[in-house]
Structures are given as C-alpha cells and as structure tokens.
Design a protein around this ligand. Structure first.
Ligand code: AMP
Length: 468
C-alpha cells in the first residue's frame, strides 16, 4: 500500500515524501483512512510502530479547512510526559512544513505567561500533559468547547502515572461530538473501561499483540549477585563486551538507583547521562539531546521517564533491574530493534527475581535465553544471613560454580563467572527494601550503611506504632 491511497491531502503527502517515507507502517495503513472519515479509532500499538504519524498526518489534512479562534483550540493531544508532548510537537513541525498551523505545547516546567499568549492567539493543535491542561482550564484562559479532535496517547502510561481521573474530566469538558483517537500499547481493564465510556463506535486497529516483543531483538538473561556493587560490575562487563554496541539505554526500577548507577558509570569513565522524574525539564531535555546526538552513548533511565520516547536506532537495552511489572519489560526492550533494525537486550537477574522473570516469560509467551547459568536458588532467609555474614559463607555455598566457572563460546569465563570470582568489599552501602509498586516514585533517601540490600524478612513485617 502507498501513502496516496490513504485519503491524505496533497500538502501532507508532500511532507511525507520529504520525510523519506515510502510506505505507511501497518498502524498508519489501517488507521489513517478511518481517521480521515472522522471515525473514532482505538489503536493498540507500541511506540516505534509509527503511531504518531498515524494521527498527526490525518489531523493535518483535516485541519486544512477551518481556522482557529482565540482561546478555543481546535484539536487536543494528551500525552503523559513532557518529553512525549515535545516529541509530538516535533512531528507536527516535520509533517506540517507545508501548513500554516498554530501548534502550542502546554507542559509543566514552562511559564504560564508564554503559554497563555499562544492560546489567546488561537491554536489549531494543542499538545498537553493532563495536569498542565487542567491548570490552564481552571485559570479560565482556555475553552475546550471548540475541540474537534481529541487524541489520547499512551493511555496505559497515563494509567501508571495516575492520570486517569484527569483524563476522564477532560473527556467530559470537550464536546460530545468530537472525534476521539485513542492509543495504548496494552489494554488493562481500566483502559478498556475508559474506551467504552468515551469512544463512539470506534474502529479497533491492533498492529501487534499487546504484549509482543519485536523479533528483531535478541533477548538474553544474565545472572548476577544481588548486591548493588555486584550488579554494577556485571553491567560494566556487559557494556564492555557487548558486540556492536553503539548506544544503550540502561533501565533501573527505581529513580534513586538511576542516580547511583549514573554516577558510578561516570566514575568508571563511561559516557553516561541520566533521565528520571526528579530532574527538571531543562536537565531532562539536555540529557536526551546529548544521547540523541550521540555525544553520550549510555542513557540510564527509569521506566516512567523513558516510556514512549522515540530515540531511533538504539543498539542495546540493559535491564539493570529485572522489571517488577512484565509490561515494563516489553516497553523497555521496545526501545531497541525499532523499524526493522537489529537490537539486543540483556537483563540482569538475581536469585530474588524468579517471580518477575516468570511473569515476563509468561507475558511474552517465550523463554528468554540465558547468557550465563541462572543464579543459584538461595532461599530468602539464607540470602539475608548471607548479607549479614559477608563473603565466606557465600563463597562456600557457591563453591561448585566458582570451581568450574561458566565459559562463553570462546572459552572465556562468562560475566557471571568473572563477577563471582571478584572478592566482595568489606563494607557496603545498603538500599532501602524494594517497594512493591513504585518504579519511579522513590523518595530518594540518602543511603545508609547497614545490612545490605536483602533485608531479613522479619524486619520487613509491619509493626504497630505507638503514638507519643
Ligand atoms: P512512533 O511510533 O510514532 O514513535 O514512530 C517511530 C519512528 O518511525 C519515528 O522515528 C518516525 O519518524 C518513524 N516513521 C513513522 N512512520 C514511518 C514510515 N511510514 N516509514 C518509515 N519510518 C516511519
């Protein structure tokens, strides 16, 4: 199929040609004709599938008739993060080269004054994060009654970030007769409910199974000890030995870990930048920019900060932590192997990650290959004792593996074998125990010296607190 068959306007087709696209991607081929016919669309697609152009191109075509009025935007695109919003704005610039449309970005971290001025002038396309949009609305500077097209992008991310009440509110503020384009990589029940409530007889377009991983990605598991210094050492080794590593995103489960790992990598001379939710807008964009331009080749990131970012041509993804949520695994490794390119992902797995790993393999419907022998299956109390007692106990328990270090294809000891041969340090910093569901909401407490990162389970039991 060619772009000419989708019903797009001449001006848009010219811009598409200028962008160098020869063929629509499956989501574009399936969604664009319906968007052009003003139908609601439910698109189940991950980033990297070309979904941004799937709504941007027909929106540009439809916006050619009519014009914007002061304070009454004609279309509204909701994005979960500032980076994604900025990325969509870039798409409008790229695909809208032949249009004279006013595009405004309403995101946090930028002064209200400039944004107010743009809205007052009249906006064809308003791209916003939900919180900032509602702030503007409540200030009385913005009317949503002129919205003809509403786009809700990365809906499952909105859910993760707690934006669903805001989305529901916004859906009620825009006219009932608007056209709604709704995109989500996965369809958890809360998202299905939202689509049932706010989409009218939508066309459902699904370009890949919600939990599928691209077959251009070579996925591997790597065993690691559970201590942070052990994991960092395994990671450094992986980075140094990875074949054809051009650049990589390294994912951590917690934003505190992002900072610690970033500093550690820098200390070891790696060109690394960090991206997490606590950084201000300027620092986030600067980090992303230097990674995109290739000035820095490693990006250490948390899930929330990195989800959906379009960073083309990432050769490797390292999961420094096995993600607690299987969907996060799909999103993380989806950063590589994009647009038909080859990519590689390596996931560090410790002996306490078996449940998370099982959930991931169940979700993606396949077993992931081990690069090293799996970690030994120490029970939780043993691990806790291990932490307290230091290296001798651990070495004797893992003796058999140390005597016969695992070897790779070339006969060299594998990363895990090399790591297990490394003498542990006498004093270590401890991390706070994992929280169940807070990948990016960590308070970032200073680290404390103590038991190590595997806290004995009896210490984790809740106790009744007496009020003074
Ligand atoms: P997205 O899924 O919207 O994040 O897009 C992923 C990447 O695919 C972006 O870098 C787009 O520039 C690119 N892209 C979008 N549509 C096409 C197409 N039809 N042909 C080639 N590349 C495309």
């Amino acid at each position: 199929m060619s772009f000419n068959e989708l019903g797009l306007s001449e001006r848009v087709l010219k811009a598409v040609e200028g962008a160098g696209y020869t063929q629509p991607t499956p989501i574009q081929a399936q969604a664009i004709p319906h968007v052009m016919q003003r139908r609601d669309v439910l698109g189940i697609a991950q980033t990297g599938t070309g979904k941004t152009a799937a709504f941007t191109l027909p929106m540009l075509s439809l916006l050619e008739s009519g014009r914007a009025r002061a304070r009454m935007p004609r279309t509204l695109i909701l994005e979960p993060t500032r980076e994604l919003a900025a990325q969509v704005e870039d798409s409008f610039t790229k695909y809208g080269v032949n249009h004279k449309l006013n595009v405004a970005l309403l995101i946090g971290g930028v002064s209200f004054g400039d944004q107010d001025a743009k809205i007052t002038r009249g906006v064809d396309v308003l791209i916003a994060t939900p919180g900032r949009l509602l702030d503007h609305f409540e200030r009385g500077k913005l009317l949503l009654t002129g919205i003809e097209i509403l786009v809700i992008d990365e809906a499952d991310r909105m859910l993760d970030m707690g934006f669903i009440p805001d989305i529901e509110r916004i859906c009620k503020l825009v006219p009932f007769t608007r056209q709604t384009l709704f995109f989500s990589a996965t369809m958890p029940p809360e998202i299905t409910r939202l689509t049932e409530q706010f989409l009218h007889n939508p066309i459902r377009v699904e370009v890949s199974r919600p939990a599928s991983t691209a077959n251009t990605i070579t996925q591997k598991l790597v065993a690691s000890g559970g201590k942070d210094y052990e994991k960092r050492e395994v990671l450094r080794s992986l980075i140094k030995n990875a074949e054809n590593l051009k650049n990589a995103i390294i994912f951590c489960n917690r934003k505190k870990e992002v900072g610690v790992l970033h500093r550690s990598l820098q200390k070891y001379g790696f060109d690394a930048v960090a991206l997490h939710g606590d950084m201000d807008q300027h620092a986030r964009l600067a980090a992303l920019d230097s990674f995109r331009k290739g000035e820095m080749n490693l990006l250490v990131a948390s899930d929330v900060a990195a989800r959906g970012l379009d960073i083309p041509d990432v050769s490797h993804v390292f999961n420094y932590d096995t993600p607690h949520h299987a969907e996060d695994y799909v999103h993380r490794i989806g950063r590589t192997g994009r647009a038909g390119r080859q990519g590689a992902s390596m996931t560090l797995v410790t002996s306490s990650d078996d449940k998370s790993l099982a959930a991931i393999e169940k979700l993606i419907g396949q077993k992931i290959e081990w690069m090293t022998p799996p970690p030994s299956e120490a029970s939780a109390p043993e691990r806790a004792r291990d932490d307290g007692r230091g290296s001798e106990d651990r070495n004797s328990r893992r003796g058999s593996r140390r005597e016969r270090p695992a070897r790779d294809k070339r006969g060299a000891p594998t990363v895990a074998a090399r790591v297990s041969a490394t003498p542990p340090r006498p004093v270590r910093m401890a991390e706070e125990p994992e929280r169940r569901r807070a990948p990016d909401n960590d308070p970032g407490d200073p680290r404390v010296v103590g038991l190590g990162d595997h806290v004995p389970s009896f210490l984790l039991r809740s106790v009744a607190r007496r009020n003074a």
